[in-house]
Design a protein around this ligand. Structure first.
Ligand code: ZN
Length: 350
């Protein structure tokens, strides 16, 4: 029996506002209101810049663009402020705001329906989780043609590394430079108006550029990601060239998306590769095999959603023939490696 009751996070969240939470901490008066936005110094890291921390009082979400480089909902805020789990934050919220536990208790093993993504950029909830991924959750690159993707003979110019999207997504300038990221300011080609992510082979040669729409695409005809026709993503592992430079005895972390890998790298764990989807092709499996010995250690860290949960079982089963494999399970739904803070990463791998 758990000591504390399981509670429905979503239900609790629907009963409290960010303003109430800020008021509880006695800091609401330090914020400036513009329409349904509040901005002020960050109450979490104790900053002073009056524009570093922003709240959307309609959606009840917050973001610290400064030191925390993180955002979330009311419960995420309490969890950070109190340095406790989301579950404990939810229990505290019930106490502080007089929410009867009986009304929000659940019987399940976990709080169902909780939707605690903390990404500054909300995922479209109407689409299946897999659809938000670069490959739309389709099996990828399973064709017989395993001729390597040839290195590109050109380099994209006109990249703006200080586009606001990077700051919104918590990506530092150092990371932008490390990964060669940038907003394409040219007016021709596939990458127009997109954030460009170079995909390299194990030698570090660029084999393709992926183009990420900066934010939520305006309509269904605008894909979140674009990849050049003819490029076979299933033959590559994003970030492999950097990951193989890390010590052999360090665990290799396998994630789904570009930004999961990029953020883990930024947060101190550089031995990470991304499948660019929630499934692993045989070519990707072979790449991992080539760069891992039997004493090696792999951590499968896919998103905590349906596609990720299905994918990770398969990835782990196949890689366990090669080396020691551990599945990382996040303690709350919809978590992605991208959402981990530097502190989280430190604790995970200490
Ligand atoms: Zn902060």
């Amino acid at each position: 029996m758990p000591k504390k009751p399981f509670v429905d996070f979503r239900d609790i969240r629907s009963r409290i506002t960010m303003e109430q939470v800020l008021e509880h901490y006695g800091v609401l008066h330090t914020f400036k209101r513009t329409g349904d936005r509040l901005s002020g110094p960050c109450p979490i890291h104790g900053g002073t810049n009056p524009s570093q921390f922003r709240v959307d009082t309609e959606k009840n979400v917050w973001n610290c663009f400064s030191e925390c480089k993180h955002g979330g909902n009311t419960l995420d805020f309490i969890a950070r402020k109190e340095n406790v789990s989301i579950h404990d934050a939810a229990i505290k919220a019930c106490e502080w705001f007089n929410i009867p536990l009986d009304e929000v208790k659940t019987n399940g093993q976990s709080a169902p329906e909780a939707e605690d993504h903390t990404s500054p950029e909300p995922k479209a909830r109407s689409t299946p989780a897999a659809a938000a991924k670069p490959n739309g959750g389709r099996p990828q690159g399973q064709s017989e043609d395993n001729t390597p993707n040839p290195p590109l003979k050109f380099k994209l110019e006109k990249l703006n590394g200080s586009h606001p999207y990077f700051e919104e997504r918590g990506i530092s300038q150092e990371t932008v430079i490390d990964f060669g990221l940038g907003y394409f300011t040219g007016d021709k080609g596939l990458m127009v108006g997109r954030i460009v992510i170079p995909i390299t082979n194990v030698k570090g040669e660029v084999v393709a550029y992926a183009g990420r729409w900066p934010g939520t695409p305006p309509n269904a005809d605008t894909p979140k990601y674009k990849l050049p026709t003819g490029f076979r993503k299933g033959l590559e592992l994003f970030n492999l060239d950097r990951a193989v430079k890390e010590p052999a005895d360090k665990p290799l972390v396998v994630v789904e998306g570009f930004f999961d890998a990029i953020k883990l790298h930024q947060n101190g764990w550089r031995k990470v590769v991304a499948l660019m989807g929630s499934t692993m092709t045989t070519a990707q499996e072979e790449l991992i095999r080539q760069h891992t010995n039997s004493a090696g250690h792999v951590v499968v860290m896919l998103d905590e959603d349906d596609a990720g949960r299905t994918g990770r079982e398969d990835v782990a089963a196949r890689l366990s023939k090669v080396c020691y494999v551990k599945i990382h399970v996040f303690d709350r739904p919809d978590m992605q490696p991208e959402h981990l803070t530097a502190e989280d990463v430190k604790q995970l791998f200490q």
